[in-house]
Ligand binder design. Sequence first.
Ligand code: NAD
Length: 249
Amino acid sequence: MRRLQDRVTVVTGAGSGIGLATVRRFAEEGARVVCVDLDEATGTKAADEVGGLFVQADVTDEDDVARVFRTAFETYGSVDVAFNNAGISPPDDDSILETGLDAWRRVQEVNLTSVYLCCKHAIPYMQRQGKGSIVNTASFVAVMGSATSQISYTASKGGVLAMSRELGVQFAREGIRVNALCPGPVNTPLLQELFAKDPERAQRRLVHIPLGRFAEASEIAAAVAFLASDDASFITGSQFLVDGGISGA
Ligand code: NAD
């Protein structure tokens, strides 16, 4: 399928996990891919693999984010898709009684403020074109909460969900669709790192997933490609769950 033929797509967190799988899927679907990551080595590798462009950027920095979308536009002539996906896992003990203000703020910065900045700087290009698709990575925990005490992480993802709904409604008449992607647990370095610290947590999570396994990043990327494409032309402001049934169990 080449549903994104010649579309200019920006992917943040492109060097690893869900971002990397999406870079590959977007390229398979014919897109021009602008790979954005803080990590120069992995971001460059991802871009080289698909013949895309790497822009090293910290998505919490407004100047960096503005440069990302300006570079995409100046290089390829449009900004058709923004996949705002970079994020970090919760601090070690993320219960409300333990999480300090600095840790809380850092998670909001990377997981939520970054999405605000990316939307803010992608939308003006999409307005000029009269169309565009934005997919923001939230999480299943934004919909159902988490029994494993992730207060800063869950709150940040809840913010992504609410912001996506708000923007989806607000910009619908301008042809810009905005959706929140809500993955369940996905087998990526972020999850592996979390479970390495607390192996029992992996087992506890697994029993609650009706499909009985964690997702592969490529399965999440398939949903992102769908939301980014015209196949999803009537979907905006949605919380798009790709969670193996966990939120329905
Ligand atoms: P990952 O750790 O494999 O990849 C995250 C990427 O983001 C890395 O390449 C990292 O360098 C980059 N990044 C981090 N901070 C950045 C910054 N300030 N600026 C630019 N790039 C930055 O993680 P992943 O599992 O692929 O997660 C991707 C997204 O999916 C995150 O938002 C995460 O919260 C979300 N998510 C993950 C899971 C899961 O189980 N893995 C489930 C639900 C949601």
